[in-house]
Design a protein around this ligand. Structure first.
Ligand code: RFL
Ligand code: PHB
Length: 403
């Protein structure tokens, strides 16, 4: 068996693991990242596109913001269209100056991987049989297979940044964790294409045919989504069928402007709300999707991962700088408070904008429910106080400081 030693062992080279690793390294805290797949595979996953200010600030603090600052686009607002009638949520005006940045998760991940390589920091790709041991002791260690050999990695702390399907969460005994979950009865079919975006800003569309989202990655690359039944697969959706359906769900003026082209990626993501409590067990911390999942409607998944990273980074900095090991017990409560806000907002936006089909027991009940929904949309879209509720949550709740 080969032996390795580090201060913080990080499992997973997604945005959570890479960002945490970079921040810790800047503070002189040694870390090693283990990743199950190859770097190219990680970069092939097309996911989030909207970054809150807190995320942007953290990437700057990590010293990896150069490309994001030149190629990312600041968005002052976005549109919500209901049956073709569009309302602009003016983020900047409604939140006293706050905005979001449009820059793809793939690009952030690429920037972080390159920075890590340049700093000669280790990522062990294609590790398997990863097992977390003695996490309740002050000498935890990880065992794994790498390039045909068995390894033991001794460390002080373990950051479980290995996503929803990772091993870290499952290391916490079942009777020591509670998992809250809601699965939605539909998925999002995403399409990426090298075509100019239909609009400068995102358009979230509620229509009688279901939800759609017009998003983007750059002036020449678009990202669109359609609500689809969970039983659909990408084989059911030719590019032509996708574009035809999207045109029917977009407001008419946008549909007329839409430039179509061949897809360069197409995938279906199920929608899920999920929270594991607590997020700390001994010397193991769950970070990002390893501990929680949101439906993508509020653009919160990656942003919640960033606030977890920020909290853990502050804690570990204090541990190594001041020798204050008691502060690790603050992690779960601080992270979870912000996570539940993101969970509730994403759930609420999903409910408001998707078609769930009717579960009403009579026509009258269905009509009453429609009136409730019309009134809810009217309040949140056409009254300033309602718009403020959306805008303030969309730009993100402030990060909480350690005690
Ligand atoms: P990730 O990105 O899933 O990375 C986890 C990494 O851990 C590795 N791993 C392991 N490594 C070693 N050993 C093991 N046993 C391992 N098991 C797993 C995995 O290979 C992977 O590289 O989690 P992280 O870093 O916490 O980042 C979270 C974000 O990726 C996620 O919150 C967002 O992408 C969520 N999300 C979206 N969020 C948004 O804000 N806006 C979006 O539009 C949006 N679209 C999406 C999404 C998530 C999706 N998923 C998870 C299916 C679209 C999709 C399809
Ligand atoms: C995206 O661009 O992929 C995106 C943007 C906003 C969302 C979800 C996805 O709410």
């Amino acid at each position: 068996m080969k032996h390795l030693k580090t201060q913080v062992a990080i499992i997973g080279a997604g945005p959570s693991g890479l960002l945490l690793g970079q921040l810790l390294a800047k503070q002189g805290i040694d870390n090693i990242i283990l990743e199950r797949v190859t770097g190219d595979y990680v970069l092939g996953r097309i996911r989030a596109g909207i970054l809150e200010q807190g995320f942007v600030d953290l990437v700057r603090e990590a010293g990896v913001a150069q490309r994001m600052d030149t190629e990312g686009h600041v968005h002052d607002g976005f549109e919500i269209a209901v049956n073709g009638e569009s309302t602009r949520i003016d983020l900047k005006q409604l939140t006293q100056g706050k905005t979001v940045v449009c820059y793809g998760q793939t690009e952030i991940t690429r920037d972080l991987m390159e920075a890590r390589e340049q700093a000669d920091l280790q990522i062990l790709y294609e590790t398997s049989e990863v097992k977390l041991n003695e996490v309740k002791s002050d000498k935890p260690f990880i065992t794994f297979e790498y390039q045909g050999e068995t390894y033991r990695l001794d460390c002080d702390y373990i950051a479980g940044c290995d996503g929803f399907h990772g091993v870290s969460r499952k290391t916490i005994p079942e009777d020591k964790r509670t998992e809250h979950e809601r699965v939605y009865p539909f998925g999002w079919l995403g399409l990426l294409s090298d075509t100019p975006p239909v609009s400068d800003e995102l358009i979230y569309c509620k229509s009688e045919r279901g939800f759609a989202l017009a998003s983007m990655r750059s002036e020449t690359r678009s990202r669109y989504y359609l609500q689809v039944p969970l039983s659909d697969s990408t084989d059911d959706w030719s590019d032509d069928k996708f574009w035809d359906e999207l045109k029917k769900r977009l407001p008419a003026e946008a549909a007329e402007r839409l430039v179509t082209g061949p897809s360069i990626e197409k995938s279906i993501a199920p929608l899920r709300s999920f929270v594991c409590e607590p997020l700390q067990y001994g010397r193991l911390f769950l970070v990002g999707d390893a501990g929680h999942i949101v439906p993508p409607t509020g653009a919160k998944g990656l942003n919640l991962a960033a606030s977890d990273v920020s909290t853990l980074y502050k804690i570990l900095t204090r541990v190594y700088r001041d020798g204050d090991t008691d502060c690790i017990d603050q992690y779960s409560a601080i992270a979870l408070r912000r996570i539940w806000h993101g969970e509730r907002f994403s759930w609420w936006m999903s409910n408001m904008l998707h078609d769930y089909g009717s579960t009403a027991v009579s026509d009258m009940e269905a009509e009453t429910f429609d009136r409730f929904m019309d009134s809810e949309l009217d309040y949140y879209l056409h009254h300033e106080e309602g718009q403020k509720v959306i805008a303030n949550q969309y730009v993100g709740m402030p990060y909480e400081e350690l005690r």
